[in-house]
Design a protein around this ligand. Structure first.
Ligand SMILES: *Cc1c(COP(=O)(O)O)cnc(C)c1O
Length: 377
């Protein structure tokens, strides 16, 4: 047996005609920028994230960059100001901050949850701190009372990197009455990169927010900085959402509860059936939508060889943290993030997409439970 990590063509195979219809609807309409599919996409996403506004944009990285650039235009942030972000995030979170001309300040995550440790945030605050980018890594909401209290106390914007967590729910008593990621903070960026839980067939992203001014500035910035035709109030970008991608995503949105349900079923099977003292399972948390199911082992090299020999697909999210990437080595020289580096050295992502059936997951769990690594005492 072979258990692929992810096979998008296989996942899409049963709906090929629907996707082709959606794309050809746009082709036949003659409306290739904006238009009804993009508007419907924005209504759909705002409903999912429980926000007043959703603005379709080109991709997740641009979504995050546009939020930060909008806050700069609005006077909340200035070049060189600091944004706090978890050191173990995918590099796009950090790139968005530096691309906007702001300074990323890395903070260690909690070694169990992989999310930013709110207890570490306050020590990273300086007079130039303007925001916290909270990353719902692997689909796990990164949100707690301590983070919100610190943000309120220091007048910081909370920007959610919601790229991996569409539809994730979290409940923090007394905070606000919105519980869905993308609507928790002041603004959120989301990605529809093809491998995400809801993926386009190309690049796509969006900004969600309840702030009308931010929404207007983001929308203008994404469209050459123009608020109306041939009138440019900002030096903007071209970061618009492709309507063909919007049409494909509109088709996929109704399946979000099924997607999350399937992933939860597989995660439950892994949680209950993987029994191996050399494997650390993901820390349980309410609302996890399992974009990735990430385990840890100190003998990763041997474990991956064993998975290969048994036909189990895997991936690593992520092998090199941002501060050790060549592009950031100088910026973060002399800083050390041992928790982040340990996660990077030990993590392994198991198959959790619709290519994997519950019986596949049970078989994978059994294979993993039988692993014995001779090099561990
Ligand atoms: C995928 C991803 C992004 C970037 O999204 P793109 O659409 O690929 O630009 C940003 N942050 C995180 C955490 C991601 O996983």
């Amino acid at each position: 047996m072979r258990y692929p990590f992810l096979d998008l063509a296989e996942i899409h195979a049963s709906s090929m005609e629907l996707f082709a219809d959606a794309a050809s609807r746009v082709v036949r309409s003659g409306r290739y920028i904006g238009g009804p599919e993009v508007e419907e996409f924005e209504r759909n996403l705002a409903r999912i994230c429980q926000t007043t506004y959703a603005i379709g944009v080109s991709n997740g990285l641009d979504a995050l960059k546009l939020i930060l650039r909008a806050y700069m235009e609005m006077g909340h942030m200035a070049p060189g100001d600091e944004i706090i972000v978890a050191a173990n995030t995918y590099i796009a979170s950090v790139l968005a901050i530096s691309e906007a001309g702001l300074t990323p300040v890395l903070v260690e995550p909690n070694g169990e949850t992989f999310n930013i440790d709110s207890a570490n945030i306050e020590a990273a605050i300086t007079p130039r701190t303007r925001g916290i980018m909270t990353v719902h890594l692997f689909g796990r909401p990164s949100w707690d009372k301590q983070m919100v209290e610190i943000a309120n106390r220091y007048n910081l914007k909370i920007i959610e990197d919601n790229a991996q967590a569409i539809g994730a729910q979290t409940r923090t008593p007394g905070l606000n009455n919105t519980h869905t990621t993308g609507g928790l903070g002041h603004a959120a960026g989301i990605s529809f990169y093809p491998t995400k839980n809801i993926g386009a067939m190309g690049d796509a992203g969006a900004v969600t927010t309840n702030d009308p001014e931010l929404a207007a500035v983001v929308r203008a910035l994404a469209n050459y900085g123009s608020d109306r035709r041939y009138h440019n109030i900002y030096r903007g970008f071209n970061c618009r959402l492709d309507p063909i991608q919007a049409a494909i995503l509109n088709l996929k949105f109704p399946a979000l509860p099924l997607e999350i349900g399937h992933r939860s079923v597989l995660a439950d099977i892994y949680n209950k059936k993987i029994k191996n003292p050399q494997i650390i399972l993901p820390h349980p948390i309410e609302g996890h939508v399992y974009h990735q199911y990430v385990i840890r082992t100190v003998a990763r090299k041997e474990f991956l060889e064993y998975l290969d020999a048994n036909g189990v697909g895997w991936d690593i999210h992520y092998p090199t943290p941002p501060h050790l990437q060549p592009c950031y080595r100088r910026m973060f020289a002399g800083q050390s993030f041992p928790v982040t580096e340990q996660i990077a050295n030990q993590c392994v992502s198991l198959p959790i997409s619709r290519c994997t059936s519950p019986s596949d997951a049970a078989a994978i769990a059994q294979i993993i439970s039988q692993w014995e690594c001779p090099s561990i005492p």
